[in-house]
Design a protein around this ligand. Sequence first.
Ligand SMILES: [Zn+2]
Length: 364
Amino acid sequence: MERFTKYKTMIFPREVIVGHNTTDQIKGMCRRITTSKNVLLVTDKNTKKISGDKIGKILSGSGFEVNITAIPSPMIKKDVPVAWPTMKEVNYVIKAASKAESDFLIGVGGGSVIDVTKLASYELSKFYISAPTSAAHDGMASPRASLKDKTGSLSKIAVSPTGILADTSIISKAPYRMLASGCADVISNLSAVKDWELAHRLKNEEFSTFAASLSETSSRLLLHKAEDIRSGLEEAVWQAVKCMIVSGVAMSVAGNTRPASGSEHMFSHMLDRVAPGKALHGEQCGVGAIMMMYLHGENWEEIRDFLKIIGAPTTAKELKIPKKKIVEALMDAQNIRPERYTILGEQGLTQDAAKKLAKITGVI
Ligand SMILES: [Zn+2]
């Protein structure tokens, strides 16, 4: 018999607080997590006002030495999509943290602010707490960060947050479109897991049944709650955020993003290249999941119907992306990460196959 030599490292959040008016609990969380006192709050102009200043006040009133930095917002020129955030913003935070001699960081904001905090903490070898003000994708709990660069978007390795503080009363004030996008991102776990299983069977890629089950469970629970995911309903945020956190945990168990990122994510990343700045990450992944589940021979209608019920896009028109860009992104998607085997295979789809797929599933 072969000698057993396997090993695995899993890094999880230590404390997760989610629910109504939980912002005050940040001081208790920080005290339990660390004896360090010097913290850098990472925000942007908006999220500083929404929650950053309040968290700063609570912590400085509890004996913490608080510095707040606001990442510069992108200069938006009319109709020119801006690549934001980039490594420039990450370096900005690294500098701020070094100057303030911060022991740890708290990311207060949407996905982008948290991604920047995550990467800066990783580079600095400090831990961070994730305090989301919106939930447009599952990044609040995931160990990977996505940034923009000249070619579109890129996914970078980082670490899981040590604490997550998700105040549903704050997140429910963000535009509903963001929450619907976050739910679509979670639902796309279903196609990601199918891709992972395929890679396991065809390429003998390491597979974790635990991670796959957790990831699928987070999608399935949300599928059953479709009717509760509505605008103006704080309970919708509650359901969605819990699923996002479990989805993040699934990635921690796997040690990679396989449980939550497959061909539908490649399609979304390719759309960021060929049609940048049109739709949100989760919205694109949701539409991708409809098509990839069709290719897997799975229940793609279930995903489409869910997205319709919650008011997330299911068509090119709703994504505000031209039909031919959808076809283009389908054809080239597997080039995003050629080493990650998915249902798109090694060659990708032909133009005819891509068109047919988008038509049958009603995307174009
Ligand atoms: Zn995603």
